[in-house]
Design a protein around this ligand. Structure first.
Ligand code: COA
Length: 174
């Protein structure tokens, strides 16, 4: 992965449709939800955790490209207290009191064959530096309480852990 490039999504002008399609592939490949009752349900799921971020926060979206293939992406939002987001992700509201210290959040996924090679670390460090430069005080993620990715986030400094209704909230100060 030594030649892999980290690019800001808002600056991808060439082949944007192809890049979006590769991001979408990674999204569905890595998602724990595999079954959809209808195309509409599938599209709503994609909008909730992918499309909303690319459309509204392209500056906080980064991709890792290796040999012309998108091997990972990270989507960020600087302030999670966002009424439009609450409409599609109502579960966020139960952690609202922690958004004072950890206002930003992110979603990250890497292609299965690119995992464990430092791509996730490069992507997350890029976003965390960007948020820190913009004086955002903290960032969080939400994952399953038994999820393996917890160890990745712990390594990346997400040391504030709160469990509630089967969701694990992990926060990092910036
Ligand atoms: C979680 C994920 C983004 C991590 O990215 P990655 O490229 O595989 O991780 P990296 O290779 O950059 O690892 C960075 C560090 O975390 C550690 N790490 C990563 N995954 C780990 C795991 N499952 N258990 C323990 N440590 C782990 C690495 O050992 C490495 O430590 P180091 O810096 O001391 O060498 C990626 O594996 C992935 O997409 N997983 C599937 C989807 C997923 O879980 N997404 C997150 C949804 S909340």
């Amino acid at each position: 992965m030594s030649k892999a490039l980290i690019l800001n999504f808002s600056q991808v002008s060439h082949n944007q449709t192809e890049v979006e399609s590769q991001i979408r592939d990674i999204f569905f490949m890595t998602s724990s939800k595999k079954e959809f009752h209808s195309q509409k349900e599938k599209e709503e799921f994609e909008w909730k955790y992918l499309g909303f971020y690319l459309k509204n926060f392209p500056d906080f979206s980064w991709i890792c490209v290796d040999a012309n293939i998108v091997v990972g992406y990270i989507l960020g939002i600087p302030y999670s207290q966002n009424e439009d987001l609450y409409k599609i992700q109502p579960h966020l509201k139960q952690f609202e009191s922690y958004f004072v210290d950890y206002p930003a959040h992110l979603h990250i996924n890497c292609r299965p064959e690119a995992q464990g090679k430092g791509v996730g670390k490069q992507l997350i460090m890029t976003l965390l530096n960007q948020l820190s430069e913009q004086k955002i005080r903290g960032v969080h993620i939400m994952t399953g309480t038994t999820s393996l990715n917890r160890h990745f986030y712990l390594k990346m400094g997400f040391d504030r852990e709160i469990e509630h209704t089967g969701i694990l909230f992990m926060g990092a100060k910036l």
